[in-house]
Design a protein. Structure first.
Length: 259
């Protein structure tokens, strides 16, 4: 049985280390997991050709993957990071929602007012995770058009604030989810007392926001935690078995130290 992570680039991906650790911990002999660097046309051919039990889809192909599958399951906000190949159809899921939801629950269980920094695909997953937990999400982003589009894709319930108000908005949050690229939110760290934080970056770690949150005595979950917990659901969907997270976290940490 074969599975793989697909995207461009994928050489940096921790998914092979995490999935192989899962296979070992579950005793799944004969399973293979690779990283496949591909463009849009190559991904389309790969999905049509099949031969995989499942695919983990990373940037920049999550929106394309949503259009390639025969059916989507659950709320995806137009982005699919998991493709499961059945006998008669391909089914797409967005397990990034599961990863962010688990991370939020670990740092701020029951948080009602959650600020999401950014307006990309992971921000959409964060909004869905907040909504599923009964909370309210406020998007803070530099790209207003992207934020408004994301708001519509996630049901129109999230609020939006422009980036110049970011410091004021995060100061009143029950929790913050940072989905911006590396360094983009560093300016908010200085003088911020922090809040429970989920930061989807895992390398380099800790981020400036993570240091500020920890200095303020708040719990923090990093990108590796999010990555592993979205992978738990992926692995369950593809193999039918759900591994314990600890061996996967350890494998991810070893892979990061080896860089």
């Amino acid at each position: 049985m074969k599975a793989a992570v697909v995207g461009r680039p994928v050489a940096h991906s921790l998914s092979p280390a995490i999935w192989r650790a899962a296979f070992e911990s579950l005793g799944l002999d004969g399973w293979e997991y690779d990283a496949v660097d591909c463009d849009a046309q190559e991904l389309e051919r790969l999905v049509r050709r099949g031969g995989y039990a499942g695919l983990s889809v990373t940037m920049p192909h999550k929106h394309l993957a949503a259009r390639l599958v025969d059916r989507k399951a659950g709320r995806t906000a137009g982005a699919v990071n998991t493709i499961v190949f059945g006998e008669d159809e391909t089914v797409g899921y967005n397990t990034d929602v599961d990863g962010v939801a688990a991370a939020l629950a670990s740092v701020a269980p029951g948080a009602r007012n959650v600020v999401v920094l950014g307006a990309g695909g992971t921000a959409a997953a964060a909004v869905l995770a907040v909504q599923a937990a009964g909370g309210h999400a406020t998007l803070v982003a530099r790209n207003g058009a992207a934020a408004l589009e994301l708001k519509e894709r996630t049901g129109g319930m999230a609020a939006f604030e422009a980036w110049p108000r970011a410091r004021e908005v995060v100061a009143g949050a029950d929790a913050v989810v940072n989905t911006t690229p590396q360094g983009a939110a560093d300016e908010l760290a200085a003088g911020w007392a922090g809040a429970p934080l989920v930061d989807v970056i895992y390398d380099p770690w800790p981020t400036a926001l993570a240091r500020a949150a920890e200095a303020g005595g708040h719990p923090v979950a990093g990108g590796l935690y999010v990555l592993v917990h979205q992978a738990l659901r992926q692995i369950e969907l593809v193999t039918g078995q759900r591994p314990d997270p600890e061996p996967l976290l350890e494998a991810g940490e070893r892979a990061l130290r080896a860089r």
